[in-house]
Design a binder for this molecule. Structure first.
Ligand SMILES: [Zn+2]
Length: 358
């Protein structure tokens, strides 16, 4: 969707001039350098001409072979934990103008559509769900050079993004996030630092169980491995986080740590087992012509599971119950510093001591 409101917020990624709607309505043109931007797919392609040396693996089609991005089911398990924390920390509401930085399929925008906030999603890769394209303003763009005007957003969120960046890229992304936020604006992030606390031993034990289960053929962790293969983990520890945040103009307003011991068991063992079983069943149902396509089976299984979750039957409520149990990780370990964390970063209000210090 390309709304009039969005055209007020964007700018040229190359020369930072405002954009003008072309008369043929098929494209937008930069008022400065006259570059034309494509709108045909229902989102604006505002990627900069200058390419960065560093590129994310999220552009690889292989990573999207399981078609996780194609449709949006209600949030369950880890996705629901993250989305609940987002709402608790950020409190999106009417009157808010929010940027989803690294929005992926756009599912968090769809999940929070009822909040009344106007949300705009930005991602470097075009793997948007049709549902998100239909319902939200989406932009293809580089987070290191946001094609967005300065100080126009009240809030922003960025989930599972920072760990994919180098230290330099992380600084670039946080500085850009800071630029587009109005003074007093907040950014909710979910990512991790490299240094873990003692509850991480529990997570490691569960993951060892998952690997044993994989060896005996009960589950398949290849997609998870692929997903984590481009983690650069730029933050060493929480001191490092505070320093990097401060250097980019943020103070840390709130933080909760996340040691998903029960969560890892639910997601990395039980859910993967169920998925593996469904994929094998779907694989047997696929036409037997040619060699069995692993990806096709996983895709079919995932689609079937998503459809069942969307219908809200026993599977959905079972997953909701599992998600409720996963909350225990937050109650038990939320105050114990460890790698993964939820944080609310604040851009100091104009005139506050922190703002004048800089
Ligand atoms: Zn331009």
């Amino acid at each position: 969707m390309i709304t009039a409101a969005m055209t007020q917020l964007v700018q040229c990624p190359d020369c930072r001039s405002a954009l003008i709607r072309a008369t043929d309505d098929e494209a937008m043109t930069c008022g400065g350098c006259r570059r034309r931007f494509d709108t045909r797919h229902g989102y604006l392609d505002l990627r900069p001409l200058a390419t960065f040396e560093e590129q994310t693996k999220y552009l690889d089609h292989e990573l999207h072979a399981d078609a996780r991005h194609e449709s949006i089911a209600p949030p369950v398990l880890g996705s629901k934990i993250r989305n609940d924390m987002l709402r608790r920390f950020l409190r999106p509401g009417p009157g808010d103008r929010i940027a989803d930085l690294g929005c992926g399929s756009g599912r968090a925008i769809v999940w929070n559509a009822g909040s009344g906030a106007a949300v705009l999603g930005v991602d470097i890769s075009p793997f948007f769900a049709q549902e998100a394209i239909d319902r939200a303003d989406l932009i293809l763009g580089d987070l290191r050079r946001l094609p967005l005007q300065s100080a126009v957003f009240t809030k922003a969120w960025s989930l599972d993004v920072m760990e994919h960046l180098s230290p330099q890229a992380l600084t670039d992304v946080l500085r850009e996030a800071n630029r587009v936020l109005a003074p007093g604006g907040t950014l909710f992030i979910y990512t991790h630092v490299r240094k873990n606390g003692w509850p991480a031993l529990g997570v490691r034990l569960v993951n060892r169980i998952a690997r044993v289960c994989e060896r005996v053929g009960l589950l398949d962790l290849r997609q998870e491995r692929l997903r984590k293969s481009d983690h650069l983990n730029p933050l060493a520890d929480h001191d490092d986080l505070r320093q990097v945040a401060a250097a980019c103009g943020f103070e840390i307003a709130r933080i909760t740590y996340y040691s998903p011991v029960i969560g890892a068991f639910m997601e990395n063992v039980l859910a993967r087992m169920a998925e593996h079983w469904l994929a094998r069943r779907a694989g047997r149902r696929l036409p037997a012509a040619g060699p069995t396509d692993d990806h096709a089976a996983v895709r079919a299984a995932r689609r079937a599971a998503q459809a069942r979750v969307r219908r809200g039957g026993a599977l959905y409520w079972g997953l909701r119950a599992a998600t409720a149990l996963m909350q225990i990780d937050l109650w038990l370990f939320g105050r114990i510093p460890t790698g993964p964390f939820f944080a609310l970063l604040r851009k100091p209000a104009a005139g506050s001591p922190q703002a004048t210090e800089r």
